[in-house]
Design a binder for this molecule. Structure first.
Ligand SMILES: [Zn+2]
Length: 355
């Protein structure tokens, strides 16, 4: 313990040096969210040991394990809708390419298909739904449902009811994949009609800027409807979200959300410049959020090198956490959550754990 305390003190000193100001005392992350999908006690114990306070869990055993080790467990909610999002021609071509849609139905062994897809993603500079380096880029999952066409959120509310009933031990819901596959819009007929009605109502020219405003407002309204609904059905439930895929016209819009914690990416799996990590963190830390809501810096973490999804060394993770801390953050979200307890990475988080 002494050793840990010494390290924590040295962190406070580093912060003071980096910001040229008196450091706030730092005694570990007060909120540490792991997108771990934990299923058993061994994982829960390992996560608790590194200071995780909140995490996604699966199944009765996962929820019970989290509770046993003092971690608040969340089930994951992904949006539903009557049909898939429509991406636009160029983005659809890119999506087909990086998901290997053209390989479906061909007699290619699965391992070979995966190898081809990985190579394509590397060649295309695919950023997996994070901020892209080149356009067009897309989220690499199957196309997300057009949740905006879920009128009055009927399908989403029914799904939340089901998830609440299935997970009586849940302390929270973690919203994920509430965004656009092409990173800025859905081009389906429903969304087009809704956009034109919005532009008329708001007295706006239907152009790129008003489209961005419409899709941003739609995202915020959908998420807030879900958050309000969860609390109305089960008061006391926490609602968190990772803003993902990135909404390119405004990546950090969490301050408008009525969630308990809005996790906003400050460091993606692919290495971002240190200055950008600091800038995004400061914006979150100094942002004026909705009453009862907090912004949380989110860091992407993959521990396995040699994949299309970039990996991070423990040293790089440590450097990023130091920037986040030096920029004033005391809360953090991490995905992939299960990587946090792997050798090397575990020791990094131990340095910043709250006693
Ligand atoms: Zn749509």
């Amino acid at each position: 313990m002494n050793c840990v305390m010494k390290q924590v003190k040295s962190v406070a000193l580093c912060i003071a040096l980096a910001t040229n100001a008196v450091a706030e005392p730092f005694d570990g992350f007060e909120f540490l969210f792991s997108w771990a999908e934990m299923k058993d006690e061994a994982t829960a114990a390992a996560l608790a040991e590194i200071g995780v306070t909140d995490a996604t869990a699966r199944g009765p055993a996962g929820f019970a394990a989290a509770r046993k080790f003092g971690i608040r467990p969340y089930f994951t909610f992904m949006p539903v809708g009557p049909h898939k999002q429509v991406l636009g021609e160029e983005a659809q071509r890119r999506h087909d390419f990086v998901t290997g849609a053209d390989l479906a139905g061909k007699s290619i062994p699965e391992a070979e298909r995966r190898r081809i897809v990985e190579k394509r993603r590397i060649a295309a500079g695919c950023r997996f739904g994070g901020e892209p380096d080149t356009m067009p880029d897309v989220c690499t999952t199957d196309r997300i449902a057009c949740f905006l066409s879920d009128t009055n959120c009927v399908m989403s509310k029914a799904k939340i009811d089901r998830l609440l009933a299935d997970n009586p031990e849940a302390g929270g819901v973690a919203l994920d994949f509430i965004g656009f596959t092409n990173l800025r819009s859905c081009e389906c007929e429903d969304c087009k009609a809704r956009f034109l009605a919005y532009a008329r109502r708001e007295n706006l020219e239907p152009n790129e800027s008003s489209r961005d405003r419409f899709f941003r407002a739609s995202l915020v309204s959908y998420i807030n409807t879900l958050a309000d609904y969860v609390r109305s059905v089960r008061p006391g439930m926490k609602v968190t979200i990772h803003l993902y895929p990135v909404f390119l016209p405004d990546p950090i819009y969490g301050k408008d959300l009525r969630v308990d914690t809005a996790q906003e990416t400050v460091a993606w799996y692919f290495q971002w410049p240190d200055a950008k990590i600091a800038d995004y963190t400061r914006r979150i830390v100094s942002g004026k959020y909705q009453p009862g809501s907090m912004g949380v810096p989110f860091v992407g973490l993959n521990a396995t090198p040699g994949q299309a999804l970039a990996s991070k060394t423990p040293e790089r993770l440590d450097a990023e956490l130091r920037i986040v801390l030096a920029s004033g953050a005391r809360r953090l979200g991490v995905c992939n959550g299960w990587e946090m307890v792997k050798p090397g990475y575990r020791e990094v988080f131990l340095k910043y754990r709250r006693d």
